[in-house]
Design a protein around this ligand. Structure first.
Ligand SMILES: *Cc1c(COP(=O)(O)O)cnc(C)c1O
Length: 446
């Protein structure tokens, strides 16, 4: 039996396919596919010792924070095919200021913005690009509101593949578009929203022999699993009470849940943390599904300034629903104002992140206020992307010019506008004497 298979995610189907079949959905029922790994011979003690030993290695695949754990990604048989930049090895921060803001005793941030292209997409893309190489593909494509395209373009370039990026017109943060262009992706802006373009590209991929690296690609989920493996390794295999993360297409929460279940199956952890996924109110189909009691309904016109989670019809929602149920997890939704303020608070801790990432802290604050999360709980939040991905948002917030997608005012409660000074040392000295260390209002400082 091979170490890994592709299996239909639908419990009533469970069709098995060869690991190297070029498939994104089940050929029998159309449901999502997942990689099923055989861990029957995995020994938790031996794995820990092996992974610790690799910390001293200088081999590229041992240095990678994804492939150091490659026994949990057994779909790769020939390590020479691995495409690595190398990714992972992201820090785990304590942030007392953010904990105080959320009303909790302590918080840890696992910051995936410290990846080669500055988002967690690299954890998945290293696995997706490796599978593309294994399959002998020449062209890879994705539809993306930003970080997926930046990551795919980089890994394709590194592997000598040709990247094609489809983006919705006018809805992209410049830091991300800049990356796709710089890494050499053919970038096609289409006059349609994300969900429509995804349907279009799925048709094209089959016709044109292009390998799709969107989040429905099951190998990306395998790579993203490593975020929680590395997190537990950093915590010496002590599971937290909660892991909280933002949700867009819901691939990351699916990967997190799968990783946790596999770690428990192997015996590397003895209990599952609860998982909370946080959406923006204007793009919260999963939150509505979770709280609605009815069926799942996509949202036609999703709106949020947090472009990385501006998704109306998340492809991975059935997997996410299963993982949230398996961990006794919850779904929450937060406003644009709550995201913006939480983001500024994370910045004041010297950490910083992009808007979507801050939904996690905003969500924790709301879940604590509502009594779902105990203030004394052991909580880890995943910061998904880097502060510099969306500098325009940052500047607008700090100068009081940030508006919601519908034109509403966003207050700069933690604003820090630049101050203009005359060419006069005495005046500047006087300003410095008055300055308490807190941000000044940029207007009328003189
Ligand atoms: C992709 C992305 C998300 C959303 O992740 P999903 O897997 O689509 O739910 C959140 N934050 C950032 C920064 C992202 O790039």
């Amino acid at each position: 039996m091979p170490a890994a298979d592709l299996v239909c995610f639908n419990p009533d189907c469970r069709k098995r396919c060869a690991i190297d079949a070029v498939l994104y959905t089940c050929p029998r029922c159309g449901a999502l596919l997942e990689v099923a790994n055989d861990y029957s011979r995995a020994d938790p003690g031996a794995l820990k010792a092996l992974w610790d030993k690799r910390r001293a290695s200088r081999a590229k695949i041992d240095v990678s924070g994804v492939w150091r754990f490659r026994e949990m990604l057994p779909f790769v048989e020939d390590p020479a095919q691995i495409v690595t930049l190398p990714e992972g090895n992201t820090p785990l921060f304590d942030a007392p200021g953010a904990a105080a803001y959320a009303g909790i005793d302590r918080i840890q941030f696992k910051h995936q913005g410290y990846n080669p292209t500055a988002s967690f997409k690299d954890n998945g893309m290293t696995a997706g690009a490796t599978q593309a190489v294994k399959l002998g593909m020449k062209r890879v494509a994705c539809v993306s509101t930003g970080n997926t395209s930046a990551s795919m373009a980089a890994y394709a370039a590194a592997a000598g593949l040709q990247p094609i990026v489809f983006i919705p017109r006018g809805n992209i943060a410049y830091g991300k578009l800049a990356q796709a262009l710089e890494y050499g992706a053919l970038t096609i802006q289409v006059e349609a929203n994300f969900d429509r373009i995804l349907a279009l590209v799925r048709e094209l991929a089959e016709e044109c022999g292009i390998y799709l690296l969107n989040s429905l690609n099951p190998f990306r989920i395998e790579g993203q699993k490593s975020i929680v493996i590395e997190l537990l390794d950093q915590r010496n295999w002590q599971a937290p009470d909660w892991i909280v993360l933002p949700g867009g297409n819901l691939g990351n929460v699916s990967a997190l849940g799968k990783g946790l279940r596999e770690l428990r199956q192997i015996g590397l952890i003895d209990r599952l943390p609860r998982v909370a996924v946080v959406q923006a109110e204007g793009a919260a189909p999963f939150y509505r599904y979770f709280h609605g009691g009815g069926g799942y309904e996509p949202i036609r016109e999703p709106e949020t300034l947090a472009t990385a989670i501006r998704i109306g019809d998340p492809v991975s929602w059935p997997k996410a629903a299963g993982e949230i149920a398996a961990t006794a997890g919850v779904a929450e939704a937060v406003t644009e104002q709550q995201i913006a303020d939480a983001k500024a608070v994370i910045g004041r801790c010297g950490i910083g992140c992009e808007p979507a990432s801050a939904a996690s802290l905003a969500g924790i604050r709301k879940l604590v206020a509502g009594g779902t999360i105990d203030p004394a709980a052991d909580i880890v939040a995943i910061l998904t992307g880097h502060l510099l991905k969306d500098p325009d948002y940052v500047y607008r917030y700090h100068t009081g010019r940030l508006e919601t997608p519908s034109g509403g005012k966003i207050a700069s409660a933690f604003g820090n506008a630049p101050v203009t000074a005359p060419d006069d040392p005495a005046k500047i000295a006087e300003l410095l004497a008055r300055w308490s260390g807190d941000p000044l209002s940029g207007h009328g400082a003189f």
